[in-house]
Design a binder for this molecule. Structure first.
Ligand SMILES: [Zn+2]
Ligand SMILES: [Zn+2]
Length: 180
């Protein structure tokens, strides 16, 4: 008999974030913290929660992979894949496990649990990345940030650059790579 259901297609309940800790890990989320957030100020509370959660996570001095939804539509797609939608921001994964948003992180941090969880993670030196200035994205080399590549007149002139995202940005390699 065929399997009747696929566990991945089970919709997560957006109103109960603690129940979604079973969700699949996002890409490249081992031995680091991944935070999905927005740097846009459209909803003030969301913006401030995102800011606050990033401050807490940075204070841990372990790799924090900050995925700004307003910088790259690929991060929006990742959330759709993981949760079936963006839902509330921020969303934090620790070592590939979904933890929750600001409230969950704040509680774990105050209880000292967060520090314990990240103990095995590589340490990072505090300071601003000199390659991207802390933006975690750099302007694309290939198209100089225009997101258009000239192919020659025969091929119809311009085509979208395959290296960068829709904003002409690529992720900063020195922020993403974790050096021990
Ligand atoms: Zn490009
Ligand atoms: Zn950088």
């Amino acid at each position: 008999m065929e399997a009747q259901h696929h566990s991945l297609s089970t919709p997560s309940t957006p109103n109960n974030s603690s129940s979604s800790s079973r969700c699949a890990p996002p890409p490249d989320s081992d031995a680091r913290i991944v935070v999905y957030f927005t740097s846009l100020r459209i909803v003030r509370r969301t913006y401030e929660d995102c800011r606050a959660v990033r401050m807490i996570l940075r204070s841990l001095r372990v790799p924090v992979d900050e995925r700004d939804l307003s910088m790259d539509a690929a991060f929006v797609a990742e959330l759709h894949h993981l949760f079936g939608g963006v839902g509330e921001l921020p969303r934090v994964f620790v070592g590939g496990r979904y933890v929750g948003g600001l409230e969950e992180i704040r509680q774990l941090h105050e209880a000292g649990e967060l520090q314990k969880t990240v103990q095995g993670f590589p340490k990072v030196e505090p300071g601003v990345c000199d390659q991207c200035g802390g933006y975690r994205f750099v302007l694309c080399d290939k198209c100089n940030g225009s997101h258009k590549c000239f192919l020659g007149h025969k091929n119809g002139g311009f085509r979208n650059c395959s290296v960068c995202n829709e904003n002409g940005l690529v992720r900063c390699s020195s922020c993403v790579t974790v050096s021990l």
